[in-house]
Design a protein around this ligand. Structure first.
Ligand code: TYD
Length: 133
């Protein structure tokens, strides 16, 4: 499977503007239990730098653009997120780093579970060791 899995959303546009709807099992391939978003990010400050043991996520740059690096322990691939009509899926056991935030970037993330610090792997060497098991 490709490391970068993108989901393109249908956009409902008319003279009033554009609307995108996100729905579990319809265009988001998991049950959405949590939504969070990042804003006031800085172009020269990267964040993320972790993987999740079990959590599935989808990230959508609903304003501006940023770069998402994905790393499954074997491959590293980057994708520029620049459309509110597209998500990148972040599977469990995928190290991810977000960087190059544009001005007014808003990165929305959907997750299939509540926040749990025990699900995080924040040490890269630990991540690689776990990938090799
Ligand atoms: P952090 O994991 O450091 O952000 P990033 O992955 O972008 O580097 O999260 C920043 C802070 O927000 C940290 O104190 C944990 C907290 N947080 C929550 O309370 N709930 C959440 O759902 C998330 C994602 C983070």
């Amino acid at each position: 499977m490709e490391l970068v899995q993108l989901v393109d959303f249908q956009a409902h546009g008319d003279e009033r503007g554009t609307l995108v709807s996100l729905e579990s099992a319809k265009n988001i391939p998991f049950e959405i239990k949590r939504v969070y978003y990042m804003f006031d990010t800085q172009s020269d400050v990267a964040r993320g730098f972790h993987a999740h043991k079990k959590l599935k996520q989808a990230a959508i740059c609903i304003s501006g653009n940023c770069t998402m690096l994905l790393d499954d322990g074997l491959r590293k691939e980057s994708v520029v997120l620049s459309s509110p009509k597209q998500a990148v899926l972040i599977d469990p056991m995928v190290w991810h780093e977000m960087s190059d935030f544009s001005e007014n970037c808003i990165l929305l993330v959907l997750a299939d579970d509540i926040y749990d610090e025990n699900d995080y792997i924040r040490d890269y060497d630990d991540f690689i060791r776990r990938c090799q098991k």
